[in-house]
Design a protein around this ligand. Structure first.
Ligand SMILES: *Cc1c(COP(=O)(O)O)cnc(C)c1O
Length: 341
């Protein structure tokens, strides 16, 4: 198979239309067989549930080429399960796990020419999503749904090294207790746009959101979970029912314990405690770990010992081990690497 002629290492994170996408429709209480299509446009009734009341959920994972030339995805079973949880919370039908895995495999295979070569640092971003497709005007769940998967090649997250970022403690809330913070719903992102645009205007790369009820505990950023390192090298991640359960975070905790022999703690993290940590990072599919050098809390600066030049040593070790597992340099736990071809 001949790869597309793209400047892989210089791609950004922008939509590039690829050849095929997957579509399955839900009607009269069941999903149809699903198929690949070349049509990148979605044509729906003007009153579709997704347009009127934002009934839509999504997932994000990447397909990439390992050192030995295989095209793989990382723990897609967890994306399938999380999407089922997200759908349930928005009164949408679950797309079955085996169907999800098959659909990811079919879509990536059909776009194999768009999967960046090993060593480029680029990946094929895979975006499964589901939306209410039938007309809804009185507030209620739609009766019909569409599940789709699109793919788009994206460049290396860090061009020229992982430079620590500066973030701010936000005055906006991302998620309410007992709300939808724990599911991957478009609505969580719509309401975070004003907060992130404001943060960018003020010169910050990201927002640190606190728990909405007491505004004293660390939750997450708009699209990544926090991971902290204590002075005695313990890995700490915030625990809350309104945090999105990041697959990267869960994988990092496993790697810390089982590969690096580090102690891990998943617990509430008071903002007050944050200055005591020696390293701070954000974790998610896109960057795996992205280092935070400084957090600004209403004029008060929290500067981590790891500084503003490079990722701290413990996070670096975690990052190297997890990306090593992903790329096939380090033996993966059973079931983590899903081979496409
Ligand atoms: C997707 C997402 C993450 C990261 O999850 P991964 O599974 O690691 O990619 C973190 N926070 C939010 C709000 C998200 O939507």
């Amino acid at each position: 198979m001949k790869k597309k002629n793209l400047d892989w290492s210089n791609l950004g994170f922008e939509y590039i239309q690829t050849d095929k996408r997957y579509v399955s429709n839900y009607k009269d209480g069941k999903w149809d067989d699903g198929s690949l299509t070349s049509d990148a446009n979605v044509v729906l009734n003007e009153c579709a549930g997704v347009f009127q009341y934002a009934q839509t959920v999504f997932e994000g994972l990447k397909a990439y080429t390992t050192e030995d030339g295989r095209i793989v995805t990382f723990r897609p079973d967890l994306n399938a399960e999380r999407m089922m949880d997200s759908a349930k919370r928005l009164e949408m039908p679950a797309f079955p796990k085996d169907r999800f895995l098959d659909a990811v495999t079919q879509t990536v295979k059909a776009n194999a020419a768009w999967v960046p070569p090993f060593g480029s640092g680029a990946t094929l971003y895979v975006r499964p999503y589901m939306l209410g497709s039938s007309p809804v005007i009185g507030v209620s769940p739609a009766k019909e749904y569409q599940f789709r998967i699109l793919t788009t090649p994206v460049g290396p997250y860090f061009k020229g090294g992982a430079k620590p970022i500066t973030i701010k403690v936000s005055d906006f809330d991302r998620a309410a207790p007992n709300g939808t913070g724990h599911i991957k719903a478009g609505l969580n992102y719509a309401m975070s746009l004003h907060a992130i645009v404001t943060a960018h205007e003020e010169g910050y790369a990201e927002n640190m959101y606190l728990d909405a009820a007491t505004r004293t505990k660390v939750e997450e950023t708009g699209g990544a979970n926090f991971v902290f390192v204590t002075k005695d090298k313990k890995i700490v991640t915030p625990k809350s029912s309104s945090i999105l359960p990041s697959i990267t975070r869960r994988s990092l905790l496993y790697v810390a314990k089982e590969y690096l022999g580090l102690e891990t703690e998943e617990r509430e993290v008071p903002l007050e405690e944050v200055p005591e940590f020696s390293e701070c990072g954000l974790c998610g599919t896109a960057a795996v770990v992205s280092p935070v050098g400084k957090i600004v809390d209403h004029g008060k600066e929290i500067c981590f010992a790891s500084g503003m030049d490079e990722m701290g040593p413990v996070l670096k070790q975690l990052y190297d081990t997890l990306t090593g597992i992903q790329m096939g340099r380090i033996e993966a736990p059973k079931g983590w690497i899903h081979v496409i071809e």
